[in-house]
Design a binder for this molecule. Sequence first.
Ligand code: FRU
Length: 518
Amino acid sequence: MLYRSLAIFLWLTIFLSCRQETGNIESLKEPSLDSLDYNEKFRPQFHFSPPTHWMNDPNGLVYNNGYYHLFYQYYPEDIVWGPMHWGHARSKDLLHWENRAIALYPDSLGYIFSGSAVVDKTNSTGFGTNENPPLVAMYTYHLDKGAKAGRHDFQTQGIAYSLDNGETWTKFEGNPVVPNSGIHDFRDPKVFWHEEMQKWVLILVAGDHAIFYQSDNLKNWQETGRFGKNAGAHGGVWECPDLFKLPVSNSDEAKWVLLISINPGGPNQGSATQYFIGDFDGKTFTPEHNDIRWVDFGRDNYAGITYNNEPNNERIFIGWMSNWDYGQQTPTTTWRSSMTVPRELSLEKIGEHVYLKNYPVSQFQTLTAEEKVVLTSVQDSIISFERSDFEGVEISFQLNLDGDSEIALGTENYKTIFGFKKETNEFYVDRSNSGQIDFADNFANPLITSPNITDKNNVKLKILVDRASIELFIDGGLVVLTNQVFPSSIYDQFFITEGIDAIENLKISTIKSVWHEE
Ligand code: FRU
C-alpha cells in the first residue's frame, strides 16, 4: 500500500513538473475545429494560423486535384516547439483555408521535420496506380534519442504517400530512403520533377551546404553534387532549401533560383532566407553573383518554400511569419504563429543583374474593397481610418525618396515606424513602440537594411496590415519587409511623419477576413 501511494505521489510529481515545463499547456483547452472563432487577441484575419497550438515551417506545398495543400511543422500539445508532426490545411484559392486532420505523426525513426511533396504522376513509386497517382511526401526524421546521445547521424529522410489527396498517409516500409553517414544537420528535403532529365531531383541541406541527388522512383537516390560551402551567408545553419527555374521578366531568358534559409545570421540577426540566382545542370548549382541576397529584409519571414505542380505555372511561396529569436515567446494564447500571405515569385533584370521579387498572389486583390474604407480625418499628415476588428488594411502609394523620410502605422499610442536615411541609403524599421514588446529581449531591436533599389524616384509601396503583422512591399516586391507587431488595439492611423512632401496615388482599402465571411 505504501509503495502504491509512493508510486502515485512520484507519478503526480513528475507529471505536474512536466506540465509546468511546457508552459501554457493548462490554459490550452482543445476546442473542436468547428467551434473556433478566430477572434482571439492577435489572431490573424487574412493569414493562415494553426487552429490551436504550435506551428513553424510550411511543409509539403503541393497542388493536386483542386486543392493547394499546406502542411506545416506542428506540435499539437503545446504552444512552444516540441515533437514535430505535419499539420494540414487545404485551400482552393490560397486565401481561404480548411483545417484537416494531422497528416504525419512521429514514429520509432523520429519526429517528422520539414520537407516537401509531389504528385507522382507516372506512379514511379508504385504506391498508387496510373489512374490514381499518389501524393508522395519526403520529410526528415529527427531521432531525438540519437541527438541526445551525442550521435551525428540522427537525421535521415523518409517518404510517405497518400491515395486520397492528402487526407490520410502511409509511411514507406523501406524508410529511411536517404540514410545519414554522420552529418550533424542533414535535413529539409525538397523534391521536384526535372523535366529535361526525366528524373526526380532532391536537394537537402547539410549544415553549411546543399546536397543534390537524383532518382527514378523517389526511393533510391544517387548523390550528384554539392554547393555552398564558400558561397552566400554562413552566420548560422542552412535550412529549408528550394530550387526552381523562373523566366526573367521582359526577356527570353530563364534562370534557376536557389532558396536557403539560415538561422541565425539574417541581415537583422536571427532567422532569414537568402537566395542565389544561377544555373542548375541537373547535378549541381552554379551561382552567377557573389553578393548575398535576401528574400525579405524583415524579421518575420523564415523557412519559406514554393508549390510543386502549381496549375497556372506560377511560382508561389509561403514563409513562416516568425523568427527563432523570439518565435516561441510571442504573446498569443491558444496557438502560436502564422504564415505570410502567399506570394508570387518573379525575376527582374536591373542593369546587369537579375533579382528575385516576391509579391502577394494576384487573387489577393479579391479580398480588398476600396469603397469600404472610411477616412475619418486627414490632419497634420495623420490619416485616420475606420476598420472593423475583422478587417485588415491595404495601403498603397508612390513617393520620391529625396531626403530622410518616415512613415508610420499605429494608433494614438503605438507606432511602427518605417524610415529611409538618405546619407547612408538605409531603410529602417522601429518596433520599439509598436505595441507589446516585452515578451522577448530582442523583439524591438532596430532593423536596418541597405537593399538595392536603383531608382529613388517614384518608389511604389504596398503595405498589408493584419492584427499582428505588417508586410511592406517596395517596387513590386524587389525589397520586402515582413514584421510581426502586437498592438493592444488594431492600427487605425497612417502617419506621414517626416520629410515626405508628396505622396501620390494613395489608396487605402480594407482587407476582408478569410475566417469571417459576411
Ligand atoms: C527550420 C527548422 C528546420 C527543421 C524544422 C524543425 O525552422 O529548424 O530545419 O526541419 O524547423 O521543426
